[in-house]
Design a protein around this ligand. Structure first.
Ligand SMILES: Cc1ncc(COP(=O)(O)O)c(C=O)c1O
Length: 465
């Protein structure tokens, strides 16, 4: 089968990204554009349009309008996902050889750019739930304790990264965390890939957007948490801690010279759509409906995990002795396609379309899954093996460029990794180049991979000694 044929395949219910639910929640203007003559809209960087870094043109005008609206200093559209803009933001903050403080659940795009630029990660550990296998958001006290352990005279800390909300929708109060960093003059980049829509919903008891919580740099994945096409993203910046010239230079460094006019238009339309009163009230209704879906499922004793993002339905399959991967396969076979399987859970993304028949279908399939699962498994996640503050044994850029050999993971005890080990989704690395696979880490990775087919009997590149 060709890719183009597969793209028209129908599923009963698609609860994965992009969040426009296979077009159902795309902004009207974009739908109109796509209904026009095929490909007519695929224009190069004509002077009237410009690019995300132009001083004039329609893109510059739109970006300026949005940054004024949210009192940011700047807004840049991106066509290489949140990944690309996170990477630009990071190299704008740190030079090679400087340190960035980051939580253990940081996205793999961060690690890749650190390896490329030899920006040195200092990881801080997060509370980890044995019930769900998920990291919890950092608290102010945790971050203060982390900062106390850092010798600022010895190390040039260029900034801090926070991830909020997580893939599952966990989010804490960002403002106190950002304050703590600002007291030390540290700029904060918030990876808000999963929380773009928080910016438009101040009155719905959702987490306060990073952009309204004084973050210096905020990256939104417009296809994950707004109704943009895949690859669309936006980067916002505020304050005086990040050098504007560095930021522009960094975006320019990683940006294609031919950004897609369709994707750029999608960036604009998805944000405009949420600024339009009528559309906003429609999306707000969707959010309330999502909260209602959660309530009804809980009333039916379905083991859901509560997070701060109502658009994520996180099913704790481990409660009935089923791992998330097995449950995922079952739902997939039955036409209900989820987003994120993990050992203890399976996460569905409701997206922004009306989920008319989701509830009944979900309940029906859940009951069928329970009937089909005769032998419950004993599922147990191990506690994460990290110290509160930890750096790789070897500088990440050096490890990345070192000569490596490939061996079965089972033989890797006490070796130093030359690569990133990272299941996707969720794209959170279990191991980064330069880290040592000590006994605790070895056992933890083995445990993490026990239900994940991608990681069963896998090989790893370790540094040659
Ligand atoms: C927390 C987080 N940040 C960033 C990204 C990258 O987003 P994108 O797919 O838009 O590049 C992801 C993708 O999974 C993510 O989960």
């Amino acid at each position: 089968m060709r890719i183009s044929s597969f793209l028209t395949k129908k599923f009963l219910k698609s609860l994965f990204f992009p969040a426009h639910n296979r077009g159902a929640a795309l902004p009207k203007k974009l739908v109109k554009l796509l209904k026009g003559p095929p490909g007519y809209w695929d224009l190069p960087e004509l002077p009237e349009i410009g690019s995300p870094l132009s001083q004039s043109g329609l893109i510059a005008k739109s970006q300026n309008e949005f940054s004024e609206r949210f009192r940011a200093k700047g807004c840049f559209f991106g066509v290489n996902g949140a990944s690309g803009l996170i990477q630009s933001a990071l190299i704008a903050m740190a030079n090679p050889g400087e340190f960035i403080l980051m939580p253990r659940n940081v996205h793999v795009s961060v690690i890749k750019i650190c390896a490329m630029q030899n920006i040195l990660p200092i990881f801080f550990d997060l509370e980890f739930s044995l019930e769900t296998g998920h990291y919890k958001p950092p608290t102010k006290t945790l971050l203060e304790n982390v900062l106390k352990r850092i010798n600022f005279n010895e190390k040039k800390i260029a900034g801090v990264i926070l991830v909020s909300p997580t893939y599952h929708g966990y989010a804490g109060d960002l403002e106190p965390l950002i304050d703590v960093c600002h007291q030390k003059n540290l700029p904060v980049l918030v990876d808000e890939a999963h929380g773009s829509y928080f910016l438009f919903c101040e009155k719905l008891y959702l987490p306060k957007s990073a952009l309204l919580s004084n973050a210096d740099l905020v990256v939104h994945s417009l296809h994950k948490s707004l109704n943009g096409l895949t690859q669309t993203a936006a980067l916002w910046y505020k304050g005086n801690l990040v050098n504007e010239h560095n930021l522009i230079k960094s975006i320019n460094l990683l940006q294609t010279t031919s950004p897609s006019s369709l994707l750029l238009s999608s960036c604009e339309e998805s944000i405009k759509d949420w600024l339009d009163k009528k559309s906003l009230s429609k999306y707000q209704k969707r959010i309330l409906e999502a909260k209602n879906i959660y309530k009804k499922l809980i009333q039916k004793n379905i083991p859901l995990i509560k997070t701060q993002d109502p658009l994520k339905i996180v099913l704790n399959t481990s409660k009935v002795g089923i791992d998330g991967f097995t449950a995922d396969k079952f739902f997939y076979r039955n036409g209900l396609i989820a987003e994120l399987p993990e050992m203890m859970t399976l996460t569905f993304c409701l997206g922004f379309a009306h989920q008319r028949d989701f509830l009944d279908l979900f309940v029906k399939l859940w009951n069928k899954l329970l009937l089909n699962s005769k032998k419950p498994k004993r599922l147990e996640v191990l506690k994460s093996p990290f110290k509160l503050v930890q750096e790789p044994e070897i500088e990440i850029g050096i490890a990345w460029r070192s000569e490596t050999r490939i061996i079965p993971f089972s033989q890797s005890l006490n070796k130093i990794s030359g690569e990133i080990i990272c299941p996707y989704p969720p794209g959170i690395p279990l191991l980064v180049p330069g880290e040592k696979i000590d006994m605790a880490r070895f056992n933890w990775i083995k445990n993490q991979s026990s239900c994940n087919e991608d990681l069963v009997n896998f090989n790893i590149r370790v540094i040659k000694t």
